[in-house]
Structures are given as C-alpha cells and as structure tokens.
Ligand binder design. Structure first.
Ligand code: SF4
Ligand code: SF4
Length: 433
C-alpha cells in the first residue's frame, strides 16, 4: 500500500555513503555552550538565569508562558557567563544564555522533569520540538483541533535530504526508542494506527525498526524520492490522501512526527529527560565525516574541528542539508534543536551556485519537479519584481521550500530564495494560504 509516491520531486545524488555506516560518537565538551532562546517556531523564551549562577545539566535556563514555545535547558553542569544575544544557524540574532561547562561532566545524570498527569505537559517541559528541522513545538502538535481527530500516527524515517544520516543512525542504533515514542504519541492523541515510513535506501534501518515493531506498528518501505519526508508528501505517499489547500495536515486524520522527535518523546516520558542533545551529521568537505551526539549550544566550529576541519575547495557550509538548509556566514554559531547536519559543500557539488542574472527560458522543468503542483517560475518572476499580489495568485504560500525547482532549473534561477522572500512578505501582511 501507499507506494505510489507523490507528484514531482527530484533524485539528487544522496552523498550518504561517507557517514551511513559510521557509529554515532559523543562530540567533545566545548569550552562554552551558547543557548539561543529561540530554537523553535513560536514565542522565544526569556532567560530564567543570571550571570554567575550555577546551573545543573537539565535545568531550565529559558522559558515563557506561551502556548507555542518550548523551554530551553542547560545540557551541562556549569556557570552562566553571559545573558545576551547570539546569532543562530538560521542567521537571526536573538536572546541567549552562555554557560561555561565544568571540566568533569556526568552525561548519565540530569535534573529530571517533574511528573505530570498529562504526558503532553511532560513533552512541553522537556522542550521537545520537531527534530527533522521544522522545530515546531511537539506538545502543540500533540493537541490537534477537536474537530480533527487523529486516526494515524506517521513517523518520518525517510531522511530524504542528501548527505544527512542522523535519522538512519538513530533508527539503527536506538530503534526501541523510536518505536516506544511512536506508541506514546499514538496513545496521547488516541490514534488507532502507527506507520513508520522509511525510504528503501536504508535497509539496515528498515530491519532494525521492523525487529522492534510489534503487530501494532506498520513499517512502510517507500521508494527513494525527494522531498518524501515533507509532511504533505509523506501523508500522500503513505495514505494516498492529499492535504486540502489552506488546511492543516491534521485535516487528513494523520499526524506526522520525525523519528528523532519520537525518540526524544520516549526519553522524556520514560526517563524524565529534557532535550539537551541531538545526533547531528557532520559531512561533505570535512576530513572525517561522522555523526555526533552533540550537546545543544555546541559551536558548529567545534564539530567541524572534531571531523578534522574543512578540506578541498569549499564553496559554503550549510546547517541542515543542501536542499533546505541555510548557508552559514560563521561557524561559531551554536548547534540548535533543529540542526540535523553541518555540510561542507565543495564548489559545484550537490547544489550548484545560483545565478541571479539568468532569465527564465520557460523550459517548464521547475513546474514538473514541484511536489506542490506550483509554477515556481511564475512566482519567481513576480517575487523578483516585488509583486507580492502576483506571487500570491500563483500560490506562493503553498510552497514547502523543498528546493526541487532550484535544483532542476537549467539557468540556475534562485527560485526558492525568491519564493521564500515572497512568502515572508505575504505572511508579514497577514495573507493566508
Ligand atoms: S515552488 Fe516550493 S514546493 Fe515547489 S519545488 Fe519550489 S521550493 Fe519546492
Ligand atoms: S526551470 Fe528555470 S528556466 Fe525552466 S521554467 Fe523554471 S525558472 Fe524557467
């Protein structure tokens, strides 16, 4: 069932070989931990600690009384050395808390989360957000609208972005956590079914998750296709249901979470463990590509150095994958909850540089590749002129920013950048998709 795939999409080279068979190791303790107060979609947290204060691993250092938000915890025992601002991997500046870690750390212990009657309150207290990159607070997704009951929980184990293997390693190394998390999610939302979707280029992950899954968990092997892991595309690929224009995915009766998010939810509910670290793939133009279990707040430069530094003719370093990630201006920015990868791209590899000056030749490739059935060239032309109404007419707000259009464009038009600009302008003026 559900193997028909979705409309459009592309097949970029995966570049996963360098890290897919390398065991995850713990990243070194950095000299300083910098914790942005906004590592999620929604309201930024407000620092709850002061300079000079001692903090313990697992202690809350930032929170806010807002529905769409997630608290921030110190991943180390140490002392607060600054409460100020920092730049995030996404390039925005915001409030932050800096901690100098003690030289000796016991990573097995932490300040446990308080118990709660409703497990969704534990998920909120743990600060869990979508770890696939979206960083939407998970406790909000676990409270779908009353008129949209969830029948199926879908776990996204596709990891369709080139270069990234952190989800693959998690599924191979900690399958019981992933499956346990899926069951917790099912029970919290009252769903009847669990489907874990994994692309067919991850046979070991399919085997390890299948070995853990009982009769109540369906493991669905999906053909490799980018952007299969996008929420709407995954619902289509698994259930054959289309998310109606302008509606939430919950309108289909499906709730999608990333496999890493599910594992974090299991750790929060069963071990009372806050989200303080994550697996991150460091690969591409580095000497020793690897997956690390790294503390949130670790400077990305520390991770790149642990991998032997950048090598070759490096064009740019991306936080995330090359299709949807953000180019980094500075490697000193910290690892945040949504950072799945740090990828050094050599000139001309994977995502060729865009060319602002080239005109569209109306070849139609971008439209054929668009999984949302949009006309990216038309949105791009309007966005380039600052014509937001025109961009809206061509449904710019439906764009999931997958980057397929930019990937196939023979003249290297900066399509996804133009569309992102139009979306930002439209959202600012309050348009709705
Ligand atoms: S227009 Fe948006 S959804 Fe369509 S291919 Fe481009 S980035 Fe993806
Ligand atoms: S792929 Fe590029 S050149 Fe072709 S229609 Fe789209 S924007 Fe124009």
């Amino acid at each position: 069932m559900g193997k028909a795939g979705f409309r459009g999409g592309v097949h970029p080279p995966t570049f996963k070989e360098a890290t897919r068979d390398v065991d995850t190791t713990r990243a070194p303790l950095p000299e300083r931990i910098v914790l942005p107060m906004s590592q999620h979609l929604g309201a930024p947290c407000i620092p709850t600690v002061a300079v000079g204060e001692r903090v313990a691993r697992g202690q809350v250092v930032g929170d806010i009384d807002a529905m769409v938000s997630a608290p921030i915890h110190s991943p180390v025992n140490g002392e607060v050395t600054a409460v100020g601002t920092c730049i995030t991997p996404g390039g925005t500046r915001g409030a932050s808390v800096e901690v100098a870690p003690d030289a000796d750390q016991d990573f097995a212990s932490f300040v446990p989360l308080a118990d709660a009657e409703d497990p969704r309150d534990i998920v909120r207290a743990a600060g869990i957000v979508g770890l696939g990159g979206a960083a939407f607070p998970s406790h909000v997704k676990l409270r779908p609208p009353h008129d949209m009951p969830v029948g199926v929980v879908i776990l996204n184990g596709c990891e369709c972005e080139p270069f990234l293997t952190c989800d693959d390693r998690l599924m191979r190394e900690r399958p019981q956590r992933v499956v346990a998390g899926a069951r917790h999610i099912r029970d919290m939302v009252g769903a009847a079914r669990i489907i874990i979707g994994i692309e067919d280029n991850k046979p070991e992950a399919i085997a390890s998750i299948s070995a853990e899954a009982g009769e109540d968990v369906e493991v669905l092997v999906l053909p490799t296709n980018y952007p299969q892991g996008a929420e709407k595309q995954l619902i289509w690929a698994t259930l054959g249901k289309e998310v109606p224009h302008g509606k939430l995915p919950a309108a289909t009766g499906a709730l999608v979470h990333n496999v890493g998010t599910a594992a974090a939810i299991a750790d929060a509910i069963e071990l009372k463990k806050p989200l303080m670290e994550r697996i991150v793939t460091v690969t591409g133009a580095v000497a020793r590509p690897a997956n690390y279990l790294a503390l949130l707040g670790t400077p990305l430069a520390t991770l790149v150095a642990q991998s032997g530094g950048l090598i070759g003719d490096v064009d740019r370093v991306i936080a995330g994958g090359p299709m949807t990630g953000a180019a980094l201006a500075d490697l000193s920015v910290p690892l945040v909850k949504g950072t799945s990868g740090v990828v050094g791209l050599e000139r001309g590899v994977a995502a060729p540089a865009v060319n602002d000056d080239q005109a569209c030749i109306r070849c139609g490739r971008c439209s054929r590749a668009c999984p949302m059935s949009l006309e990216p060239f038309a949105i791009g032309i309007h966005a380039n002129r600052g014509d937001w109404d025109g961009s809206e007419r061509f449904m710019a707000l439906d764009c999931i920013e997958c980057g397929c259009c930019s990937f196939v464009c023979p003249t290297r038009r900066p399509l996804v950048q133009l569309i992102r600009r139009a979306k930002g302008a439209l959202m600012q003026r309050g348009s709705r998709s």
